[in-house]
Design a protein around this ligand. Sequence first.
Ligand SMILES: NC(=O)c1ccc[n+]([C@@H]2O[C@H](COP(=O)([O-])OP(=O)(O)OC[C@H]3O[C@@H](n4cnc5c(N)ncnc54)[C@H](OP(=O)(O)O)[C@@H]3O)[C@@H](O)[C@H]2O)c1
Length: 251
Amino acid sequence: MSEYEMAARTLVAPTVLTIQLSLSMRVLIIGCGKMGRGIAIRAAAGRHVLTLYDVDPAAAEQLADDLGGLAPNGAKVAVAETPADAVPQSDVIILASWYGANLETARTLGAELDGKIVVDISNPLNDTYDGLVTPPGTSAAETIRDALPNGAKVVKAFNTTFAGTLLTGEVAGQTPDVFIAGDDQQANDAVAALVRGGGLHAIDVGALVRARQLEALGLLGITLQGRLGTKFGTAWKLIMPSPANGLRSVP
Ligand SMILES: NC(=O)c1ccc[n+]([C@@H]2O[C@H](COP(=O)([O-])OP(=O)(O)OC[C@H]3O[C@@H](n4cnc5c(N)ncnc54)[C@H](OP(=O)(O)O)[C@@H]3O)[C@@H](O)[C@H]2O)c1
């Protein structure tokens, strides 16, 4: 059994309730590198219907093979020849490549993404990985939104969650938080369901403008790795107050 099958199977039992309460979504992942792989295994664990695309078809095929028969009814995870082929049959499109590639994909698909949930996971890093290329007062996610039709529901998610932690689903016995920002509540809820179905903890931080802070947090996490020597193994975690203390519980 592959490590991906093992990781997904260990997640099946805790996520049964979530699966029963949330509909299976059709998820297209564009970019099958480290993050595409991590998100794919979480989505597969949540029993969502996956389609994969990468500029390197071999990378998408390899990931589909590694995921094995994890798709509903044991079907092989689908691989698309082009993103445009798969978008009409997809509810959620995850832009899982570098910022520049994600922006280019958004521009190329354009009207095809009208009405779709489009998830940007990028940290728009500069060449030296110590700053962001996006000017102050905006974010990668907002720039991608501005390149799309008004009906596209852009959500920022997964940019603060390192790829290795998506594979394991835990860090030091704790569940990583996945922060979500977007202007369409139904889209945010759908992405939160995707996150929870994969056994992770979702925190909706509000409107897409909050992507500015999430991308800064992603950068901080990256710059901390060298200082702490933690090899991209850390995860951000918001410690919640107890509702028993009279504080409002956070979803
Ligand atoms: N790695 C992390 O822990 C982490 C954490 C949070 C957020 N992120 C963000 O996640 C994104 C992906 O990072 P990664 O570490 O997964 O990178 P990666 O391992 O290099 O994966 C990116 C994949 O996308 C492919 N690709 C390039 N252009 C494409 C296009 N136009 N359409 C489809 N696929 C394309 C790449 O192919 P080629 O290699 O052939 O170019 C590669 O297979 C980045 O924006 C990064 O900032 C990463």
